[in-house]
Design a protein around this ligand. Structure first.
Ligand SMILES: O=C(O)CCC(=O)C(=O)O
Length: 273
């Protein structure tokens, strides 16, 4: 280890506090109220946070990549518009507030929902984690609404107050959706929520398409210290299934071809045991 002049912190910033370094950035961007709402209620909306031109480019690019399918993933390297989206200053600032300095990009995906598209089902994005959820948020989801979000258009729905339960919804709660409200905002807005909030989406009743770019940031601790990627195949071939699990081969995340959804349920179940 080389010498460093960096001072080692011994204190931890409480979950809802904005660091002294981040505060002027948050204030100059005018998003202090969003940070407060995110901390207190688990969700917020950056209203039309970006230019109409960027929103149109994002929407057109997603539609071209998705084709006739319901969406696409592993988008970061597929068009520069995705880098522009994930690097939006407002998003970077609120992500640092929520999932901490040095946070990681976890996913850049897109969904395209048409009339009759079913709802995704109620869940909390802390699906990687067992309950009770920690005091510090681990995952921040930013859904860039390329089209107006209304209930009829199939907007995301949220259960107010659910973030405070710090647990996954039960089967009954998933079926009942008690107290659900739509996140309503105009095209180009970004709906943001933490890993605690229970959310789903309404079925789309209108014609046309609801195009959304889903961006997830995660806390730095969600990543291993050592990266055995270049040795992974050799190690797994030599040592078998347990080694495969230790190196992350058993989960749906971080696959070279995008998330492997055939392993999704098992991953989420493993996280709760
Ligand atoms: O598509 C939506 O409205 C909700 C998306 C969602 O549940 C998620 O990204 O976690």
């Amino acid at each position: 280890m080389g010498k460093t002049s960096l001072k080692r912190f011994t204190d931890t910033l409480p979950p809802a506090e904005i660091s002294a370094e981040l505060r002027p950035i948050i204030e100059s961007l005018g998003i202090a109220k969003n940070c407060r709402q995110l901390a207190e209620q688990g969700w917020t909306v950056l209203e039309s946070a970006n230019s109409q031109a960027l929103n149109t480019r994002l929407r057109d690019t997603i539609l071209a990549l998705a084709g006739e399918s319901g969406g696409a993933n592993m988008l970061l390297h597929k068009d520069p518009v995705f880098a522009a989206a994930v690097l939006l200053p407002e998003l970077l600032a609120i992500a640092e507030f929520s999932v901490g300095r040095g946070f990681l990009l976890s996913q850049v995906a897109a969904s395209v929902r048409q009339q009759g598209s079913p709802s995704i089902g109620l869940h909390a994005d802390h699906n990687w984690l067992p309950a009770p959820f920690p005091a510090h948020n681990m995952l921040l989801t930013a859904c860039w609404a390329c089209d107006d979000y209304t209930q009829e258009n199939g907007a995301t729905l949220i259960i107010p107050g659910s973030a405070a339960t710090r647990r996954h919804p039960t089967d009954a709660e998933c079926a009942e959706l008690n107290g659900a409200i739509p996140i309503e905002c105009s095209a180009g807005s970004i709906a943001i929520w933490d890993g605690n909030v229970w959310h789903s989406n309404y079925p789309r009743e209108t014609t046309g398409k609801r195009v959304v770019c889903h961006i997830t940031y995660s806390r730095l601790m969600m990543r291993p210290v050592e990266n055995y990627r270049t040795h992974r195949t050799e190690l797994i071939d030599t040592y078998g299934d347990n080694m495969a699990q230790l190196l992350g081969e058993a989960d749906f995340l971080d696959s070279p071809n995008g998330a492997d959804y055939s392993k999704l349920i098992q991953t989420f179940n493993n996280a709760k045991r």
